[in-house]
Design a binder for this molecule. Structure first.
Ligand code: ZN
Length: 459
């Protein structure tokens, strides 16, 4: 006896799509195929819809203390919104403050998240300094279930910056343990000096923000990090890649056989820096910035060519009131944008509904690739029998006009406000349980679990 059958849908995996029913029992995928008279406690007719593995958002910042405030979505509201957008797993960050080890930061972050999360989650461990103990700390984290590490090539003043040796060495050590190093890639010297010069010249308005960290600032750092991955034999992940020039650098690295992977976000694919000239400019300010239409085009091409493998969000929501702390000076903007709830719908609409990408590519970008790279596949990111029944059901004809008022993120604007998307989640299941019913979140805080992850699986 099954718990649930999703009937008459089209199942989509990373490699194919086919008409099939999906049977769920004890939170796992039990059967996929024509299930006919197989008995079940509940049946849901999903004809005309796509049944896909739930989304993974491997880049979020819930309740992050930043710029003297805290990001507006906590682990309840952020994961609730995730569920309403078809996301069933996220990976957030444990960033150690002064005098705290990476493992201590993980334990603290779990204390914040474990009782609250409505979906499953993991953590990346950030290394904000690199000492003789760091290799052992990395080994301990891998054994604990954290195989992915974040290093910042910027944020020197905050004391977070990893220099070239640290990057090289961390890549080397992580590789020995089956892990991966992800970087925030920007050239700190250029970024700091360009910012300082603009401020000195009185060019402090939001329209000057992109000039403080142009595309070459990102692209140089990406190319340099790729060089260290090549030299060390490590595996490198580029968080929030924003530029065409950065995409070129990744494509070049891949041609040389370097183990490098890149993530971008729907904001980088669909929005451009003209927005910084509008009164709402600061709402769109993140690091790195959204760029020009040519960068949008190049990133889409990167997806088509397989040089960009993951769509994530860098979800870091600040309300208008928090953003107002910028007081007319771009260097004081709390950087970040919400996105966890709109990422899958906007990608589906702008990617699948327009014919830019096919459905298996959608599954790869949002689910299978992040699950593999971050050590969760096939438990997450697949619909293989015996694995977690994390499922999103997409109605490809459902048209929704995005507005913050109808979304569940705890933030009073939406970067895609007014955009009519074609294709929207109508059901989200976490380990077999419906947590989004097409209108409302129907799960509970604490439904989610911390995920101990395995080694990185190369794509
Ligand atoms: Zn981030």
């Amino acid at each position: 006896m099954l718990d649930l059958i999703l009937k008459n849908g089209t199942v989509v995996t990373l490699s194919e799509q086919f008409a099939a029913d999906v049977g769920v029992a004890d939170g796992k995928i039990a059967l996929v195929g024509r299930l006919g008279d197989v008995p079940a406690r509940e049946e849901m007719d999903v004809s005309g819809c796509f049944v896909m593995p739930g989304g993974l958002d491997v880049h979020t910042h819930m309740q992050l203390p930043f710029c003297g405030t805290v990001s507006a979505d906590d682990f309840v509201t952020g994961t609730r919104a995730a569920a309403c957008g078809g996301v069933t797993t996220l990976i957030d960050f444990a960033i150690p403050g002064a005098g705290v080890t990476p493992m201590e930061a993980v334990v603290r972050r779990r204390e914040e998240a474990d009782p609250k999360v409505c979906i499953d989650y993991g953590l990346h461990a950030a290394f904000t300094k690199w000492t003789d103990e760091s290799p052992d700390q990395m080994r301990e984290l891998v054994e604990y279930g954290i195989p992915t590490f974040k290093l910042f090539m910027v944020y020197r003043n905050e004391g977070w910056m990893a220099d070239d040796f640290v990057l090289y060495d961390a890549l080397r050590v992580a590789a020995e343990r089956g892990g991966m190093v992800g970087v925030h890639a920007e050239n700190v010297f250029l970024q700091e000096a360009l910012t300082e010069r603009l401020l000195k010249e009185g060019k402090i308005g939001c329209e000057y923000f992109p000039g403080s960290r142009p595309d070459f600032v990102e692209a140089e750092a990406i190319a340099r990090a790729i060089r260290w991955a090549e030299a060390s034999g490590g595996t490198l992940y580029i968080f929030h890649m924003s530029s065409g020039m950065g995409t070129d650098a990744v494509a070049d690295g891949k041609r040389r056989g370097v183990h490098v992977y890149a993530e971008t976000a729907m904001t980088y694919l669909q929005l451009n820096d003209e927005l910084f000239k509008t009164p709402d400019g600061p709402l769109y300010a993140t690091c790195p910035p959204i760029r020009r239409p040519v960068d949008n085009v190049r990133l889409w091409q990167g997806i088509a060519d397989g040089d960009v493998q993951v769509i994530a969000t860098d979800h870091c929501a600040f309300n208008r009131e928090q953003k107002a702390m910028w007081e007319g000076n771009f260097s004081k903007i709390p950087f970040g944008m919400p996105g966890i709830e709109t990422s899958l719908p906007v990608l589906f609409s702008e990617g699948v509904s327009t014919g830019r990408i096919d459905l298996p590519t959608f599954v790869k970008l949002t689910s299978a690739n992040p699950a593999r790279l971050f050590g969760l596949y096939p438990e997450k990111g697949s619909l293989q029998t015996g694995t977690d029944a994390d499922i999103v059901v997409f109605d490809p004809e459902k048209v929704v006009t995005l507005t913050y008022e109808n979304l569940h993120m705890n933030v009073d604007y939406c970067p895609f406000e007014g955009l009519a998307v074609r294709g929207y989640p109508i059901k989200t299941l976490l380990r077999g349980k419906v947590i989004y019913n097409g209108t409302d979140f129907v799960g509970q805080p604490g439904d989610g679990r911390f995920l101990k992850r395995g080694p990185v699986q190369p794509l």
